[in-house]
Design a protein around this ligand. Structure first.
Ligand code: FEO
Length: 171
């Protein structure tokens, strides 16, 4: 059974994951408005992954005899100065999420909750990938600079990203 402290902390993390989904969906809408459909697809897939993260925590709380309590989701920004500023925010956001996951893991250690530690190990690995993906696009956008052709090529490349369901189907 989950301790009260862990139950509260994971409920808070469910809210953070759903905010992440909201943030990336807002970025997707911004990219659509900026005529960057590939960037919009990448953000939409990212938003779907964040909902999956929230649901993993949701299931974990239920499976461990806890009680999920959903809170209001903060409003994300609707606009960014450029795709580079937007992706720098993605990277900064993911680094913040990594810090939150690490703190959850520390709490699971002090509470001697081994099942929650196991669950969090998946998230620790996932965060390495999340930061790597965002950091790579930030690097590409810096190299592209003000060249419209480079931005269009990157847009085409990012548009090839597929969701997990599609990737599983392709196996
Ligand atoms: Fe759920 Fe992007 O971390």
């Amino acid at each position: 059974m989950l301790s009260k402290a862990l139950e509260e902390a994971i409920n808070e993390q469910i809210n953070k994951e759903l905010y992440s989904a909201y943030l990336y969906l807002s970025m997707s809408a911004y990219c659509e408005a900026e005529s960057l459909p590939g960037f919009a697809t990448w953000m939409r897939v990212q938003a779907q992954e964040e909902v999956e993260h929230a649901m993993k925590f949701f299931d974990h709380v239920n499976n461990r005899g806890g009680r999920v309590v959903l809170k209001a989701i903060e409003m994300p920004p609707p606009v960014w100065k450029s795709p580079l500023e937007m992706f720098e925010q993605v990277l900064g956001h993911e680094r913040k999420v990594t810090g939150l996951i690490n703190r959850l893991y520390e709490l699971a250690l002090t509470e001697n909750d081994y099942a929650t530690q196991m669950e969090l190990q998946w998230f620790i690995t996932e965060q390495v990938e999340e930061e790597d993906n965002a950091g790579r696009v930030v690097g590409q956008l810096k190299r592209v600079g003000d060249q419209p052709m480079g931005l269009l090529m990157l847009d085409r490349q990012l548009g090839e990203r597929q969701g997990q369901a599609a990737e599983d189907g392709a196996d």
